[in-house]
Ligand binder design. Structure first.
Ligand code: SAH
Length: 256
């Protein structure tokens, strides 16, 4: 009887351990000869699946296109090597130059709010690591992405090219001014917080288009806004949730 109880306990512990394995097995895994083995693509794919279920589906994101994109884009490749263990954690991470890659849920939520499909021409302001751009590129026809810090923009453009996200064009510039040569856009996503909605971005939105943008409020966070332009050109703004983004800076391109 005692033996049976022991076996049951061992089986339960093994099940618990197995279901938490992707969380325990983050990043480097020690192996017998003292060297470290990197997590494999398969480990990361498993962590990604859990990220989608526990952080994104659980919080109400439903769009299949968005969930597929979050499941397919290898977020860890957009995270600096030193932070890679935490790629699929429920948090933003540093990407250098004082900037951050957004929390997975926020990337998914903003992509869902943008409500885009494979006919759409989209503008992103704040390329950063290129992760949000990669997620969008799997859904839309063409994505223009603007980054003000040259080093980040070049790095992201190279990575996106290497990973074959071929419909993304990165431009180094002040995104607050938009991309007049390629306007108008079906949708615009801004991934840095603005003091107000930049007028040039509203101008560059197609009638019937929408913009998702974090805008400063009176507290320490920002409001994530959905801005819609109707066919007559009227603007309607809806505030959704409080968020925290790095600021949208003004000026000419910054070279680090
Ligand atoms: N979307 C990114 C995260 C963005 S962090 C990702 O998936 O990794 C915000 C980015 O906006 C930073 O890289 C910052 O340099 C950039 N940024 C800030 N002000 C900007 C501006 N005026 N024009 C373009 N990019 C800007």
């Amino acid at each position: 009887m005692k033996f049976l109880a022991l076996i049951i306990i061992v089986v339960i512990i093994s099940c618990i351990f197995y279901s938490y394995r992707p969380f325990i097995n983050r990043g480097n895994v020690s192996i017998a000869n003292g060297k470290e083995a990197q997590s494999t693509a398969e480990d990361y794919a498993q962590q990604r699946e859990m990220m989608v279920e526990q952080q994104i589906v659980a919080r109400g994101v439903k769009s299949k296109r968005v969930l597929d994109a979050m499941n397919n884009v290898p977020r860890h490749l957009f995270v600096p090597v030193g932070y890679r263990r935490g790629s699929y954690f429920d948090q933003p991470l540093p990407i250098g130059s004082g900037q951050t890659i957004s929390q997975p849920y926020i990337v998914a939520l903003m992509t869902e709010m943008l409500d885009v499909d494979n006919d759409d021409i989209v503008l992103e302001i704040g390329t950063g690591s290129g992760y949000q751009a990669a997620v969008l590129s799997t859904i839309v026809k063409k994505l223009y992405s603007i980054e003000i810090i040259e080093e980040l923009g070049i790095q992201a453009a190279e990575l996106l090219k290497k990973l074959k996200y071929g419909n993304v064009e990165v431009k180094i510039s002040d995104g607050g001014l938009g991309f007049p040569e390629k306007a108008p856009f079906d949708a615009i996503i801004v991934t840095a917080a603005a003091p107000e909605i930049p007028a040039s971005l509203i101008e560059q939105l197609k009638p019937g288009g929408r913009m998702v943008i974090p805008v400063d409020n009176n507290s320490s966070s920002q409001d994530l806004l959905i801005v819609e332009k109707d066919e007559a050109g009227n603007i309607k703004t809806k505030s959704t949730i409080p968020v925290r983004f790095v600021p949208l800076v003004k000026g000419r391109k910054v070279t680090e």
